[in-house]
Design a binder for this molecule. Structure first.
Ligand SMILES: Cc1cc2nc3c(=O)[nH]c(=O)nc-3n(C[C@H](O)[C@H](O)[C@H](O)COP(=O)(O)O)c2cc1C
Length: 154
């Protein structure tokens, strides 16, 4: 028997879109039998990722490419974590109206995770505003890939 896979999903939100994304990912992980915890970024220390197999961040982008203000400590500390052997994924909602700054926080979190030595489990997902039906399919495929990668590392 293989060990139960575990995950932690962290989101930053002002108007709820990224919480919705985190909920969709969390629900899919639960349905797949993964033991998952979901928390808000300002209430979370990135050391929680030390205790799980799959690490997920769902961030919004603000003020032309800015990270969530309440997540700056989390972001700084994440880069210093040692997460080799773990799988990570980033999925966030921004607004295409901001053109070259569209979902920049997603790219920034992907870079921070790469510094930790964690393995990317699926391409990052960028969503425009609220997740629609098509986005939910993308999030389901993203989540499946994270699970497959985590299984391959067990
Ligand atoms: C003042 C302001 C600045 C924003 N700047 C950006 C930006 O630079 N890039 C981007 O992709 N989205 C930007 N957005 C859009 C939000 O990221 C988008 O609405 C997102 O869905 C919010 O997520 P939330 O519902 O989880 O808070 C901005 C929104 C506001 C109100």
């Amino acid at each position: 028997m293989t060990n139960m896979i575990t995950a932690h999903v962290v989101y930053a939100t002002i108007t709820g879109n990224n919480e919705d994304i985190a909920d969709i990912v969390t629900e899919h992980l639960e349905d797949a039998g993964v033991k998952v915890t979901e928390t808000e970024i300002s209430q979370t220390d990135p050391s929680v990722f030390e205790d799980v197999d799959i690490c997920v961040v769902c961030p919004y982008t603000y003020d032309e490419g800015a990270l969530p203000e309440e997540g700056l400590d989390f972001y700084e500390d994440l880069s210093d974590e040692k997460l080799s052997g773990k799988v990570f994924g980033v999925a966030g909602s921004g607004d295409t109206f901001y053109e070259e700054y569209y979902n920049v926080s997603v790219d920034k979190f992907e870079e921070a995770f790469k510094k930790t030595g964690a393995t990317i489990g699926a391409d990052s997902v960028k969503i425009n505003l609220e997740p629609d039906e098509d986005d939910i399919k993308k999030l389901d495929a993203f989540t499946e890939k994270l699970i497959e990668k985590a299984k391959s590392l067990q």
